[in-house]
Design a protein around this ligand. Structure first.
Ligand SMILES: [Zn+2]
Length: 293
C-alpha cells in the first residue's frame, strides 16, 4: 500500500476489503447525533528503549513511524498512543529518560493533538508515577465531533485491574450520557479474556464491559498484544492494533508468548499503525505499514 493517501483514496480504500476493516459498528446510526466526519490515528506499543534481536532497528523504528504518520496526505484530527510507550526498566531514572526521549521523538508529529495512556511497561512498577510526571492522568475522557472518548487505565495496578475507584468513575461518567451517545474506549490491555495465561486480559474488564453494555454505540481500541485482533462482546467491538517494535504470535498459538523473530528479508513485517475514519456514524479502519514493503 502506498504510504501517503489522499482523502478520496482513503474513502475508496475504506469501502473495499483487504487491509481495511469496515466495522459497521453503529447499528443505531440513524438515531445517533449528526456528527462531523473525522479521522484519527492509533499507534501502539512503541517500547522506546527496547534493544534486542526481535528488532535490530529499534533505535529508529519510532522515528520512522512518526515520519510515516507525517507523510499521510490526510493528516489526522488527533493521534492516540495506546500504551507501552517505553520498554520496562527497573531503574526509575532510566524510565524517566526513556519517557523524555519518547516525548521528544513524538513531538516531531505534525499533528499536535496527541493523546497518551500508559502500558504496563511504562507504569506497573511505580503505579504510573513517572508516566504521570510526563503525560498527566492515566484515565480521562475527551469529546471530539460528537463522539465521547474514554481512556481507561488497566496497567498502573500491577494486578492488571481497573479497580473499584476507576470503575465507579466510569459508571458516573456514563450516567451523564444519552443512550444513543457514540462512545469510543481506548485502553492498553484487552477488556475481555483474550489469553489470560499470556497476560492478555484485564482482571475486572468484564465489569467495565457490563457498564458499557447499555450503550449501543461503543467501540474499544487497545494495544498490548502486538497484532491486529477483532473481537466482539455482545454488540461491542474490540480492535487491537499492531505494535511498532515486534509482533507477537496469535493468542494461544504456541506454548510461550515470545516475539516473532525479525526477518531481514522482510524487515518491519507485522509492524504498523492504524487509521480510523469516522464518517456519518460509522467507523472504518485502515492499517498502515511503518515502511513500504
Ligand atoms: Zn503491554
Amino acid at each position: 500500500m502506498k504510504q501517503g493517501i489522499d482523502r478520496r483514496e482513503f474513502l475508496k480504500l475504506a469501502g473495499v476489503g483487504g487491509a481495511v476493516f469496515a466495522s459497521g459498528l453503529y447499528p443505531l446510526s440513524a438515531q445517533a447525533q449528526a456528527a462531523d466526519d473525522f479521522f484519527f490515528v492509533q499507534l501502539s506499543d512503541t517500547h522506546w528503549g527496547f534493544q534486542g534481536p526481535p528488532n535490530p532497528d529499534a533505535k529508529v523504528t519510532l522515528k520512522k513511524a512518526v515520519a510515516a504518520v507525517n507523510s499521510l496526505d490526510q493528516q489526522p484530527d488527533f493521534i492516540v498512543f495506546t500504551g507501552d510507550l517505553t520498554h520496562t526498566t527497573d531503574d526509575p531514572a532510566v524510565r524517566r529518560q526513556r519517557l523524555a526521549e519518547f516525548r521528544d521523538i513524538v513531538g516531531e508529529l505534525k499533528v499536535k493533538n496527541v493523546r497518551f495512556m500508559p502500558g504496563e511497561h511504562d507504569a506497573s512498577l511505580d503505579k504510573g508515577a513517572a508516566y504521570q510526571e510526563f503525560f498527566g492522568k492515566t484515565h480521562y475522557t475527551f469529546d471530539h465531533k460528537g463522539v465521547h472518548f474514554i481512556v481507561l487505565d488497566n496497567v498502573s495496578d500491577p494486578g492488571a485491574s481497573l479497580g473499584e475507584e476507576q470503575l465507579a468513575w466510569l459508571a458516573a461518567d456514563l450516567k451523564q450520557l444519552a443512550a444513543s451517545q457514540r462512545i469510543v474506549v481506548f485502553t492498553h490491555r484487552p477488556l475481555f479474556d483474550l489469553a489470560p495465561d499470556w497476560d492478555w486480559a484485564t482482571k475486572d474488564g468484564a465489569k467495565a464491559v457490563s457498564l458499557l453494555m447499555p450503550y449501543p454505540n461503543v467501540t474499544v481500541f487497545y494495544g498490548h498484544i502486538h497484532q491486529e485482533n477483532h473481537h466482539t462482546t455482545g454488540h461491542i467491538a474490540h480492535h487491537a492494533a499492531k505494535s511498532l517494535i515486534f509482533p507477537l504470535p496469535a493468542p494461544g498459538s504456541q506454548p510461550k508468548r515470545a516475539p516473532i523473530a525479525w526477518n531481514a528479508a522482510e524487515p518491519y513485517k507485522g509492524l504498523g499503525f492504524r487509521g480510523v475514519s469516522s464518517k456519518k456514524a460509522d467507523l472504518a479502519l485502515v492499517e498502515f505499514p511503518v515502511q513500504k514493503a
